[in-house]
Design a protein around this ligand. Structure first.
Ligand code: HEM
Length: 436
């Protein structure tokens, strides 16, 4: 579809709205996209999760209109004030580094779980995407909720809070998809899915509060004044509400994203065994820095990005390349498509992690591309606040996967389903052999 639009209509294309969704402008020209996004960078509006916004601002009776409802659902000044408060906590490298050890434990537990779920063909029994979501929830849970949730425990009791949280996170993402990314009448009448969504959004907040309260009790016993504080502790120092709001947003934005990126990396490494061997060599060398590991993740996000394009609503009119873009228009940068254009990345369809580490004189060097072509974590002041956490989680887990398994793939290539994010769809024909 993006290809057809670009080839037929050129670098800036208006796509008429379908039932329930407004018209959109697609930008295929990085300089044009950069022009609009740079100008929108001071009061960035990124609509998207309207049913969640409705819950937080109107349905939730505890909401105080003077307070922020969170990063996913605020825009303009209210968003900026809140983001400024939490930026210092979420993007501080030394705070994030604290999680290296516990994320390694999470990764090791997931490897154990995968080994126990392998069948005689070395394939993982059950739904592979659900498995990866468990890893992602356990990983972001330690940051957002302050402790291990034990989602990976094979004997997790059915009525345990962790089990309820796993279900709640899934339910929230499912109803959001239905209400905000498919045609729906919920804006006019309270549809059954809308009613379910209002319940699920509330239930998840209560569960997050339950886990945060548990961590607060544990923190009381800690009593070590000189230790560097973690994310939850620092957010609690701002105030309790901020910690809960951020936990809601972290669990909303930080599960499917990392899980699908890992699935994509496994697929690309399985299809490119020589790259997989090179990566394994780096990991087994136990050197401190792992540039090839990072390059493999970057290259995965180029070829199979979870977010297909960056999104804004304009706050003024623009004239770009002879096109008029009106105020209040939804604009989306076709990053995924631009990343596949030969003029932006040589041998664009191939998985070449080397392009992220070769030197400037090499024609593959990534820096030859306009910086706006590839931006998997978004743009400017509104870019992904979980980026550092996501990178640490994914690097830690992918390293453990490659250290433990020789990964193969059979059958046709994996398919993508585009929705709020790009989902990599089953059947997941992975084979996980032990590394000898
Ligand atoms: C592979 C992993 C991830 C990718 C590719 C990703 C990508 C993105 C993108 C493209 C945006 C929109 C940025 C913009 O509009 O300019 C975003 C926003 C956001 N992400 Fe991530 N993300 C990932 C993981 C995470 C994780 C683990 C968390 C949890 C800490 C997280 C939390 C958020 C939040 C809260 C926002 C909203 C920021 C705001 O509007 O101020 N993300 N992410």
């Amino acid at each position: 579809m993006p290809e057809i639009m670009y080839k037929n209509y050129g670098p800036i294309v208006r796509f008429g709205g379908t039932f329930g969704s407004p018209p959109m402008i697609f930008l295929y020209e990085p300089e044009a996209a950069f022009h609009v996004f740079r100008n929108e960078n001071w009061t960035p509006v990124r609509p998207g999760f309207q049913s969640l916004e409705y819950f937080r601002k109107h349905y939730n009776k505890d909401h105080n209109p003077d307070e922020s409802t969170g990063l996913m659902t605020e825009h303009g000044e209210v968003w900026r004030k809140f983001r400024t408060k939490v930026n210092q906590v979420m993007l501080q490298p030394k705070t994030i580094k604290l999680y290296s050890h516990i994320l390694t434990e999470v990764a090791e537990d997931m490897i154990k779980r995968m080994k126990s779920k392998r069948n005689e063909k070395n394939m993982i029994e059950g739904k592979f995407d659900t498995e990866l979501n468990l890893w992602a929830l356990e990983a972001i849970g330690v940051v957002a909720l302050g402790d291990r949730l034990n989602c990976l425990d094979p004997n997790l009791p059915k009525d345990s809070p962790a089990r309820k949280l796993i279900q709640a996170v899934r339910d929230v993402l499912t109803v959001t998809e239905e209400l905000d990314f498919r045609p729906s009448l919920w804006r006019y009448i309270a549809t059954p899915t809308f009613k379910k969504a209002m319940k699920y959004y509330g239930d998840q907040t209560k569960l997050n509060e339950f886990f945060i309260n548990k961590s607060i009790e544990k923190l009381k016993d800690k009593g070590t004044a000189n230790e560097e504080k973690g994310v939850l502790e620092k957010l609690l120092e701002i105030d309790y509400k901020t910690a809960v709001i951020m936990a809601n947003d972290m669990l909303f934005a930080g599960v499917d994203t990392t899980a699908n990126t890992i699935i994509g990396a496994l697929f690309l490494l399985a299809k490119n065994p020589e790259k997989q061997n090179k990566l394994r060599e780096e990991i087994l060398s136990k050197q401190e820095k792992l540039p090839y590991l990072r390059a493999c993740i970057k290259e995965t996000m180029r070829l199979l990005p979870v977010v297909g394009g960056n999104f804004r609503q304009t706050t003024k009119e623009y004239n770009v390349m002879g096109y008029k873009i009106p105020k209040d228009m939804f604009v989306i940068v076709a990053n995924q498509y631009m990343c596949m254009m030969e003029e932006n990345f040589p041998q664009a369809a191939e998985f070449i992690p080397e392009r992220w580490i070769v030197d400037k004189s090499d024609p593959l060097y990534y820096g030859n591309t306009h910086p706006f072509v590839y931006s998997p974590f978004g743009f400017g002041v509104r870019s992904c606040i979980g980026r550092r956490i996501a990178e640490l989680e994914m690097e830690t887990f992918l390293a453990k996967l490659i250290e433990n398994f020789q990964i193969e793939w059979f059958g046709p290539p994996m398919k993508t389903r585009a929705s709020s994010i790009n989902y990599l769809m089953g059947p997941y024909n992975f084979i996980f052999k032990d590394v000898k």
